[in-house]
Write a protein that binds this ligand. Structure first.
Ligand code: HEM
Length: 546
């Protein structure tokens, strides 16, 4: 009975909100086109929980590159070209940089916790400033070698056990970010656990609260969502605090490795943040860096199964530029094909296809259309990367579109372009992703390394027939990835396999030596990692070096 009364009150609330929104159209302006709905709930029944971005793209095809839709009393604007997204979110960034609330979380806009989810307020400003500083410091420092260092272990593990690719990719990106954030590689499994927890909490498709905002007002004792969120949050908070304590202890004894947390502790007075906020902003950087980057590595395998000609072209470039060795970041200007494959992966299968919405803080008029304050603006990555004027035959994985002048997306010089910086899939304006430099380095050696080391192809069944690989069977959380599929991954040659292992053992030796001298890699050995070589006898290169 209580529940029915609540639902009735909420419904009336929606209708009133809907009608008051409709009545405020300024003179001489019009509403954006869009699918019509029922007062109060809008068009909610027509939005699927899985892959809703495909429905939003269909509506873009019908109503144009900018349209609006009401969902539970909130005005949503969907943008499907890079130009309109830039006009609104970059050029008018002063009024389009707020975030909508995430209803599953408590106070996501104001609590000094998750930087990407904060409103456009002073908490966001100080956190963003701090992250800009640590990211640019770390990009300039020796930390940029970490992806290369970690890629050696990643490739060795992948050759040994390719079907564990999802876990191995998360391990790779998790190790890099755990070293950067905490100077401690051993915590990467826990960083991954918290990344999955937060991803589920903020994904529209995972919790009804994120679709029906009013459910947030249900008292805790009848809300399973609140119970789940409190448990998740307490667990995560404990981890961030534990990392803060651990690094503080090491700073005091002079044994802390360089890390975002160490920088925070040293510069705390300048940051305007207290310990809890500092622990969160560092921890959040860690969580942002695991699942996003790993998703694109998974798409690389899928793309190579479906478009093997690009593996051949990529390997030809690698062999001609690098000879026998693995690609390294300094090879980048000579490797446009590798950069084009990376960029095409991000275009073909955007990692956050539904996009991360901005919220407007003032009424606005765009080309005669009225966009009221409080509108949730979605720069639809799925649609923008399928804009046929910019990307002809958008469903085809075609890195040539970045390499040949006949394509609209082509840019010169090829020593510099294509690159992924500021690409639509990293968002827009004042809220653009802060991890782009790191991601670029991780992709270059992670994807370049896979192409250098291994041949990927469709798997064959016992009768020698190829097992089909679905071109788009992706998960439906905010960060999307291909659902597990079967493939074959084999070393390109025996010699290459040997080199993968040699690189791996050399990296281990470097860590051991660095550890002994207290250098940058000191203490970064992963205590949980015990990789055994399958083809060559384990430990051989280490013994040879000793
Ligand atoms: C391929 C990997 C990644 C993708 C596709 C990605 C994508 C995005 C997107 C779409 C946004 C929202 C932008 C907007 O609102 O307009 C964002 C924000 C953010 N990203 Fe990334 N990201 C990636 C990796 C990373 C990494 C590795 C880090 C850090 C180590 C990171 C840190 C952040 C932060 C801190 C924000 C919040 C910025 C703000 O709200 O002011 N991201 N990212």
């Amino acid at each position: 009975m209580l529940l029915y009364a609540l639902v009735a009150v909420l419904f009336v609330g929606f209708v009133i909100r809907h009608l008051s929104l409709r009545s405020k159209l300024p003179k001489g302006t019009k509403w954006l086109p869009g699918p019509k709905g029922v007062p109060g709930i809008g068009r909610v029944w027509d939005i699927p929980r899985a892959h809703s971005y495909k429905r939003f793209k269909q509506w873009a095809d019908q109503f144009g590159p900018i349209y609006q839709i009401n969902v539970f009393g909130v005005n949503h604007v969907w943008v499907s070209t890079d130009k309109i997204a830039t006009d609104l979110l970059v050029k008018r960034g002063a009024i389009y940089s707020d975030r909508p609330p995430i209803n599953q979380l408590e106070n996501s806009k104001t609590a000094p916790e998750y930087l990407p989810l904060l409103g456009y307020n002073d908490v966001w400003k100080r956190q963003r400033k701090f992250v800009t500083q640590i990211m640019s410091r770390s990009a300039r420092s020796a930390h940029q070698n970490l992806p290369l260092h970690e890629s050696y272990q990643f490739l060795a593990e992948l050759l040994k056990d390719p079907q564990r690719y999802e876990k191995l990719m998360e391990d790779y990106t998790g190790r890099v970010i755990s070293r950067l954030a905490f100077g401690d590689v051993s915590v990467h499994p826990e960083v991954a656990i918290h990344s999955h927890g937060l991803l589920k909490a903020i994904s529209p498709g995972a919790h009804l609260t994120n679709i029906i905002p009013a459910l947030k007002r249900l008292p805790a004792f009848i809300s399973p969502w609140k119970k789940e969120e409190r448990a998740r949050h307490t667990y995560e908070r404990g981890f961030f605090l534990q990392m803060h304590k651990l690094v503080s202890g090491k700073v005091e004894t002079g044994t802390a490795l360089s890390s975002y947390m160490k920088t925070f502790l040293e510069k705390k007075d300048d940051t305007g943040m207290d310990d809890m906020e500092g622990a969160y902003v560092v921890g959040m950087s860690g969580l942002a860096g695991v699942l996003t980057t790993a998703s694109a590595l998974m798409t690389y395998i899928l793309a190579m199964c479906l478009y093997p000609q690009w593996q051949t072209k990529l390997q030809a470039e690698i062999d001609s530029v690098c000879g026998d060795r693995m690609p390294e970041p300094s090879d980048s200007p000579q490797m446009p094909v590798l950069r084009a494959v990376i960029k095409e992966i991000m275009r073909w299968r955007p990692i956050t296809p539904s996009s991360i919405p901005h919220e407007s803080t003032e009424d606005d008029i765009y080309e005669g259309y009225f966009i009221p304050k409080g509108t949730h603006v979605h720069p639809s990555q799925w649609a923008i990367t399928r804009d046929e004027d910019m990307y002809p035959d958008p469903e085809v994985f075609n890195p040539s579109r970045w390499l040949e002048a006949k394509y609209p997306s082509y840019q010169e010089p090829l020593t510099q372009y294509p690159n992924i910086r500021n690409f639509t899939t990293f968002g827009y304006g004042r809220r653009i992703c802060q991890g782009m430099d790191l991601v670029e380095a991780e992709f270059f050696v992670g994807i370049g390394g896979m192409a250098w080391a291994a041949n990927i192809s469709k798997k064959r069944d016992a009768l020698g027939r190829e097992i089909a690989v679905p071109a788009h069977d992706y998960t439906s959380l905010l960060i999307s990835r291909p659902k597990p599929f079967q493939f074959d991954l084999k070393p390109r040659t025996e010699k290459r396999e040997q080199q993968v292992w040699d690189n791996y053992f050399a990296a281990q030796r470097q860590e051991a030596m660095s550890s002994a001298t207290g250098g940058m890699m000191a203490g970064i050995r992963d205590p949980g990692f015990a990789l055994e070589k399958t083809v060559f006898s384990p430990g051989e290169p280490i013994a040879a070096a000793a």
